[in-house]
Design a protein around this ligand. Structure first.
Ligand code: FE2
Length: 280
């Protein structure tokens, strides 16, 4: 049994993606390129519609899982498997792209506040050529633990008696959205070999037993390995806690494609160009 401590605190970088949607990227940056199995974490959103209305027009993915979690706003989704859906606040879209999916994510709103997260999880080599799988999870289907000290929404994994809606995942992921009241503690156990991190939305946390730098909003807090997490809220704090089993394979990135070798990236580009990419 070992206590989890802070490894590194990183401020998210402001950037844009899709057709110019403003976002804050924390994983998939020079300072945190890959936290195996996590390839990317984006916080997208703004109160200004000009920052998001152009959306994410059709684009491909191969070899990864994309997990989108909406907190404010509405997005419409359409993909090459024929799936179509509208994401509302609290909803999750978990896409295991496997050999290839082409999709679009466009705002279904004309103004107001948008806030959401997109996490990319790598897929083990043996699943990268699988048929795509698309999980659409309504907010009310998430596991929920609530007591006087905290609210824990469970997108994946288990906390106390509450469990995420899907248990059939590749990397034993844990994905919690937590609101912790002032001076209260959140404790949980995770498998010893998992990599984990906290993404702070608002507030301030004391993590583990060692002293660490003060955290601020939109900070990625990469954690050391261990199996017991203890965090204390210096004031009312909202954060994501995410963990997963490392895959331990080489990675080759090519924008929306993540494979094991450069040759497989070239193959993905070829498949996309000759129209065989999304044939299942
Ligand atoms: Fe996408």
């Amino acid at each position: 049994m070992s206590k989890i401590e802070v490894k590194k605190i990183i401020k998210a970088i402001e950037t844009s993606d899709g057709a110019g949607v403003k976002l804050k990227r924390s994983i998939g940056t020079p300072e945190a390129d890959y936290i195996d199995p996590f390839l990317m974490l984006d916080e997208f959103g703004s109160e200004n519609k000009e920052d998001y209305l152009a959306g994410f027009p059709p684009h491909p993915h191969r070899g990864i899982e994309t997990v989108t979690y909406m907190l404010h706003g509405e997005f419409e989704h359409e993909d090459s498997t024929g799936s179509k859906g509208k994401m509302e606040p609290g909803d999750v879209q978990w896409m295991k792209t496997g050999r290839g999916i082409i999709h679009s994510e466009m705002p279904a709103m004309t103004g107001g506040k948008l806030l959401g997260f997109q996490l990319w999880i790598n897929m083990p080599a043996k699943f990268k050529k699988n048929k795509p799988e698309y999980l659409y999870i309504k907010g009310k289907e998430l596991g929920v633990h609530k007591d006087d000290e905290k609210l824990v929404k469970i997108i994946a994994g288990k906390y106390e008696k509450a469990e995420g809606p899907q248990t059939n995942h590749n990397v034993e992921p844990i994905y919690f959205h937590i609101v912790l009241n002032e001076k209260k503690e959140f404790k949980c156990k995770i498998p010893e070999g998992h990599n984990s991190f906290i993404y702070l939305l608002r507030g301030e946390l004391q993590i583990g037993e060692k002293e660490h730098n003060k955290t601020s909003d939109s900070n990625l807090i990469i954690l050391e390995k261990g199996n017991r997490l203890t965090v204390k809220a210096n004031k009312k704090t909202e954060f994501l806690f995410i963990a997963g089993k490392p895959i331990g394979e080489p990675i080759a990135r090519g924008g929306p494609f993540v494979m094991n070798t450069k040759a497989e990236i070239l193959e993905a580009i070829q498949d996309y160009n000759n129209g065989t990419f999304a044939k299942y």
